[in-house]
Write a protein that binds this ligand. Structure first.
Ligand SMILES: C[S@@+](CC[C@H](N)C(=O)[O-])C[C@H]1O[C@@H](n2cnc3c(N)ncnc32)[C@H](O)[C@@H]1O
Length: 280
């Protein structure tokens, strides 16, 4: 399938799935490759035939939806964001959780890919923030729609290229080399639970001090999808808690329940205004 055909197809199909073409523009190759393989599996000879097939088989839209997740990630993605999380955000959230009488700091990474983001938060806690914070346990729930990435996340072994941005001392402390890959030492993965969940349909039952939802909802979902996912995220966030979105993402216009986190105005970090609790 030629790139130009794939682009035209995605521009037609993505909005019908509640997804945004501009989010996919730069990373479309991953989806085009999957669509190409899928057409071969269906025995269809091109994108025109597939459009017809979609029109004749409404259930096929679910299959196409499964081909669309972009799973690119890396440790310490957006270094200045993670520097802030480690040096300021986690210690402050831990003080506030402790003042509320909680014995643990609860974090949700929504769209966790192969574990780079939730594991990065655990490293930030164990290697830096935990030392200057009240002595809380760290619980990280990491959810993703894609079973294959969750399997890799549970295995916890990564190529060196994925770890390049990590502070070198954390790399030495928290990883051991196995068969040419870097594997997270068990004590740094202990508080992390990986779970398959589609953020469009479900959310965890518990409430969190910190939610990261980066490079997913606010890049790939259309505005209606962003708004309904945001309601779901805020229902799980403590008033005063933090929501981290991608460095280059924007909240839907008119969002008033969140305010930029002081000192992190350009980092996509927001505080959930205490008076704005979204009821379940
Ligand atoms: C581009 S990655 C971002 C990973 C990480 N948050 C980061 O910023 O590096 C997006 C992740 O969201 C997952 N995803 C896509 N649609 C989802 C959905 N509806 N519910 C939950 N996860 C989803 C993908 O499988 C992928 O692993």
């Amino acid at each position: 399938m030629r790139d130009v055909e794939c682009v035209a197809f995605l521009q037609w199909a993505l909005p019908r799935l509640g997804l945004r073409w501009p989010g996919y523009r730069k990373v479309r190759a991953q989806v085009c490759k999957r669509v190409h393989r899928h057409l071969a599996m269906l025995g269809l000879d091109g994108i025109v035939a597939y459009r017809r097939y979609l029109e004749d088989h409404p259930g096929e839209w679910r299959e196409l939806d499964r081909l669309c997740p972009i799973t690119i990630s890396r440790f310490y993605r957006d270094k200045d964001v993670f520097d802030f999380i480690a040096a300021a955000l986690l210690p402050q959230l831990a003080r506030e959780a402790s003042a509320r009488g909680h014995d643990r700091l609860a974090v949700w990474s929504a769209g966790c890919a192969s574990g780079e983001e939730p594991c990065g938060v655990a490293l930030a806690w164990h290697c830096q923030a935990g030392a200057v914070s009240p002595p809380l346990a760290l619980r990280v729930l990491a959810t993703d729609i894609e079973p294959a990435v969750l399997e890799r996340a549970r295995a916890g072994c990564y190529a060196a290229s994925c770890l390049k941005l990590l502070p070198p001392v954390w790399l030495t402390l928290a990883f051991e080399k196995r068969d040419g890959r870097y594997c997270v030492r068990p004590q740094y993965q202990a508080g992390i639970e990986f779970r398959q969940e589609d953020i469009r349909q479900a959310a965890p039952a518990e409430t969190f001090d910190l939610i990261l939802c980066r490079n997913l909802v606010f890049t790939y979902f259309d505005e209606a999808g962003q708004r309904s996912a945001l309601v779901r995220l805020l229902q799980r966030l403590h008033p005063g808690g933090a929501l981290v979105i991608g460095r280059r993402e924007r909240l839907p216009p008119g969002e008033v329940a969140l305010e930029p986190w002081p000192g992190a105005e350009r980092l996509g970090i927001y505080r959930y205004r205490a008076a704005s609790r979204v009821e379940r």
